[in-house]
Write a protein that binds this ligand. Sequence first.
Ligand code: AMP
Ligand code: ZN
Ligand code: ZN
Length: 303
Amino acid sequence: MKCRKCGRPAVINMRQHKLALCEEHFLEWVLEQTRRAIDRYHMFAPDDKVLVAVSGGKDSLSLWDVLLRLGYRAEGLYIKLGVEEGAYSDKSLGYVERFAAERGGVHFQVVDVKVTYGMSVLEVARARHRGHKACSVCGLIKRHIMNRVAYEGGYSCIATGHNLDDEVAVLMQNTLRWQVGYLARQSPVLPATHPRLARKVKPFVHLYERETAAYALVRGIDYIYDECPYAVGATTLFYKDLLNQLEERSPGAKLSFYLSFLRAREQGLTFTEQTRLELHDCPRCGQPTTAPGLCAFCRLWEN
Ligand code: AMP
Ligand code: ZN
Ligand code: ZN
């Protein structure tokens, strides 16, 4: 297979685009796709300060790399959740640190949940949500910390590494159950609905997972391969597998499912959003909550 642009050997063939590219032109293509998504969905402007949430995985590290190469003011945030199984948190932080060091110490900060709040995610999940998976507590904690850091640091938005496979798996899940509230909100950009909540953007929404993996490989970005030990077997993995079977038979099915969904919504396919709940400011952290009193995050840490 040869690169469509220059005829040299291709490193990747993207069937959904009928496009094979060599190393150099693939890297160029990823940058261009990302830049276009940022502009098309009005994610952020060239001089905005962007907070990239980096987990040490291929998607978020590749995203950070792409944003830096595109010239954006992209700074990192790593949230240390305290997953001790397989030294998962220490290892993933190591990848983020090496990434930053190799780039002349680009700015990034670490929030260690245990050091800051007194308990690791698993500890607080055990204490609070007996019998529940740690993942929901983890999600709540990550969202809170991302919003806090973005607010305190004056960032215009938070960028996450979600790729097209992530988005389509969630879309499939929500569609099969007609979760209209979730469908109404699923978007490449989530606007800030409160001064303490940052805008959330996903510049990789048009890229397949195998493309972000190929990008990391070609760029020599070292990342943590393993899923979080608590997330293994998560239902989205099942949908990803299902969608890959569909893609195999019908190249482009994933991309077209996602883009048609966004288009249908733009063209007026609407979901009755729940009547907007009145928001109250949490007296401790200032982030909004739907009921008066402490927010769900602050309640986690009550003795
Ligand atoms: P996940 O929910 O693990 O699929 O991760 C989705 C996105 O959330 C990643 O691409 C990152 O941008 C961000 N993220 C996940 N875990 C962390 C973490 N520990 N620290 C900072 N950002 C994270
Ligand atoms: Zn080429
Ligand atoms: Zn609070």
